[in-house]
Design a binder for this molecule. Structure first.
Ligand code: SF4
Length: 380
């Protein structure tokens, strides 16, 4: 399962484009698509491809000759839009060349640029129209015995996108590239993309994904990677921060602590799950599964590893202590760090927890529930 993103620079700007490619790869993109919309772009690709850390796909619209030029520039694959390269012979010429070079082609149908004839036939870009567009293009490719095909049928309307891919998956066996097109800026763009992509992935549909956000493309790559990580479809390479939503029990501003912890941990690029919890009463227990976490006590933070408190630090040092311990945890492992736990940390933490429960009350009503159970158990 791979994550794609796309550069937003002018492809002729070789250094600018390459620096974005590196940023995207660093954020989790396995493949980067770059537009090849003019001769200068194809020339730029000739310099970009050999220096890129990830495979480059040339995005081709309207001019089939630019597909030929991109292949000459050394790209690792093409995306053709069947809505605007419609001449059968031109498509076949590109396919023959791709076949000779051993390169894949993605048939990238988009509801916003659907073939005019199909739009006239169906009246609007309904799922059947998108799938038919893909099938026509696939037939041209198969006619010249080209089979290294991937397909996408992107729609900006999430239910239509889901329906299009379901229909396509029922019809063909080729790998599918998933995306909600023109999803817009976050957070709505993220929500739409996750709704469409995750629904299909949970049905076993999809091989590559892209979030099409109106944002820095690094955000797209990050979101794609995080989605796959959160679904367990890819090993975690980056940080997974879990944080409680905060409530009246919180002893710190959880949003502020979580935000600065996220920033510091992301910069450190640590592949671990970290919890930031607003109170020590419920925090360490609720976040027991996290590799490491911090919960706020009365002016102090309880730093815990796998639910066991290893240090108690002043509130002002919570984020620094978390970062320091997270680094050591990644370097040395859980056993070693638990062995280095401060001797009285658990004891101090337990005393503070009791104190807070007395002040705030016990949200889980453990005492009352135990008493009620004991009473029932002791009845004749
Ligand atoms: S960890 Fe504490 S502050 Fe956070 S939601 Fe749970 S009870 Fe509230």
């Amino acid at each position: 399962m791979t994550v794609q993103s796309m550069t937003t620079t002018k492809t002729g700007d070789v250094e600018g484009t390459l620096s974005q490619v590196y940023a995207l790869a660093g954020a989790g993109a396995d493949i980067v698509r770059i537009t090849c919309n003019e001769v200068e772009a194809a020339q730029g690709l000739a310099e970009i491809v050999p220096r890129s850390p990830v495979p480059i796909i040339a995005d081709i619209h309207y001019q089939y000759r630019l597909a030929l030029a991109a292949m000459e520039a050394g790209v690792q694959g093409l995306r053709l839009n069947p809505g605007n390269i419609r001449k059968e012979e031109q498509i076949k010429t590109v396919a023959r060349e791709a076949k000779d070079r051993g390169l894949p082609i993605r048939v990238g149908v988009n509801a916003g640029s659907l073939d005019k004839d199909l739009l006239a036939k169906y009246g609007s870009p309904v799922p059947e129209a998108l799938v038919e567009s893909a099938l026509i293009e696939i037939r041209y490719l198969e006619d010249v015995e080209f089979n290294d095909i991937k397909i996408s049928v992107k729609h900006s309307n999430v239910p239509s996108m889901i329906e299009s891919y379901r229909l396509l998956a029922d019809t063909v066996d080729y790998p599918l590239h998933l995306g909600v097109t023109e999803a817009g800026p976050p957070p709505a763009g993220l929500v739409k993309s996750v709704a469409g992509i995750a629904t299909l992935l949970s049905e076993g549909i999809g091989d590559t994904i892209r979030f099409s956000l109106t944002a820095d493309p690094v955000e797209e790559a990050k979101a794609g990677r995080q989605l796959l990580e959160s679904l367990g479809l890819r090993e975690r390479k980056g940080l997974d921060l879990i944080a409680c939503p905060s409530c009246g029990r919180a002893e710190v501003d959880v949003i502020e602590v979580a935000t600065s912890a996220q920033k510091a941990l992301e910069e450190a690029n640590l592949p671990i799950q970290v919890a930031v919890m607003g109170c020590v009463v419920n925090g360490p227990g609720e976040a027991r599964e996290a590799d490491i976490g911090i919960a706020a006590g009365r002016g102090r933070g309880h730093l815990f590893i796998k639910g066991q408190v290893v240090r108690v630090v002043p509130e002002a040092e919570m984020v620094d202590a978390l970062l320091d311990e997270a680094r050591k945890l990644v370097d040395e492992g859980v056993e070693s760090r638990l062995a280095h736990a401060e001797s009285k940390a658990e004891e101090i933490a337990a005393a503070e927890r009791r104190q807070l429960i007395e002040i705030q009350g016990d949200a889980n009503k453990a005492k009352e529930r135990r008493a009620a159970v004991a009473e029932v158990a002791g009845r004749d």
